[in-house]
Write a protein that binds this ligand. Sequence first.
Ligand code: TRP
Length: 476
Amino acid sequence: MGTQNTSIHGEWSSRLAFILAATGSAVGLGNIWKFPWLAGENGGGAFVIVYLLCIALIGLPVIMAEVMLGKRGRSSPINSMKILAKEAGRTQWWQALGWTGVIAGFLILSFYSVIAGWALAYIPRLASGMFAAVGDLSTTKEVTDFVSTRFNELTGNPERLLAWHTLFMIVTVTMVAGGVQGGLERAVRWMMPALFIVLLVLVGYAMSTPKFMDGVHFMFNIDFHKLFYPNGDEFSGAGVLAAMGQAFFSLSLGMGAIMVYGAYLPKHASIAQTTTAVVIADTLVAILAGLIIFPIVFTNGLEPGAGPGLVFETLPIAFGQMPYGTFMGTLFFVLLALAAWSSAISLLEPAVAWLVETGKFTRPIAAIGCGVAVWLVGFLTIFSFNIWSDVKPLSMFSVDKTFFDLIDYLTSNIMLPLGGLFIAIFVGWLMKKQIVTEELESSPDSLGYRVWHFLLCYVTPLGVGLVFLNAIGVFS
Ligand code: TRP
């Protein structure tokens, strides 16, 4: 057991195919929608620095560990953990890591699909030239009002959100039903470079706005006071937790998505190199997104802390003003939707792979079953933006959060970091060193291995632990 050579679900055709698929999973709404929103809400520079530190010191070691678990287990996360726990002579309870991952994946996809629906909805909006009208408005107030009214018309309408959410889920389920290797590989190969080029063009536009440097300054000016004291002089660790949660979310870590992709990795592929490439690409896209959004925010007198609508209330301004904006804008939202799809399938794959392994379901049936469950949970997010925007289920504990806020918080800030923590403990402390070095194809004496092992064994558990304690206010 555990040394099986291939998974029953197939395999990536090459190392590059794995890099493309894992990048497809990592790069998505997290980079372009969530990162600017969170950075804006948490004061900018200090949040960005903490985020980057979390990526380097926690994200990179954990992504290597998670891919390694998959590559060794060759199965869905639930069965991989079962096999590996047995191999390491540990309790079968380690399977629970696979189960909580499946739940986290369902919860994340339930809101991810709704937001991806926003991106879909913006494709016909841009293509029809809706935002070209921005060019004729005279004051920035008129411009920002126009764009935010369009956004609220969409989110305020549950039927419309439901229609786009449904469309997004149908396509996601269809792709997962076909097996994730085939089409994904071909699609991501041209999509990622295209997305990158469009982002560079948009950075060019952002540089032409009068407040470009204000945006840069906001993103890189390190002011820890803003992060720890968002409301004046009351300490809060929430911003640091959000930065760490975002590192996990953006790299698709802690719930088995990257593990199941690792299970389809060809036997001889360097984990260290491939994962490093994925991490660099993911981080670059997030930084570019920030460099585009914040100059637009300051040039138009908007609020960086505008919340989850930030991207949708800023980018259309750019498309309304720049040359070829209708074309660029349409292309951008098409690419964003594609990037969201290549992420969404990795959220569903762990559960579907497990159902197929039970031998009771075909892949299409498993994918449809999971898809319907996620689709239903999605209603909670849809209503959070309109008819239930005042429903705060935990208000009796003075938690001022909608269903969407709660699901997002529970998954990104709690479930994913905990998943990462347990992955680090399992790989760092419980697996046999010989197996780990064999899978990583590395010598236990090499410097790279020793640094990785140290980060995984000490820095990750301590980091996650401290950030949790900090967030519940133990250090205030
Ligand atoms: N990383 C993706 C993004 O940034 C979202 C995602 C895909 C994800 N798979 C995941 C997040 C697994 C957490 C866990 O958009």
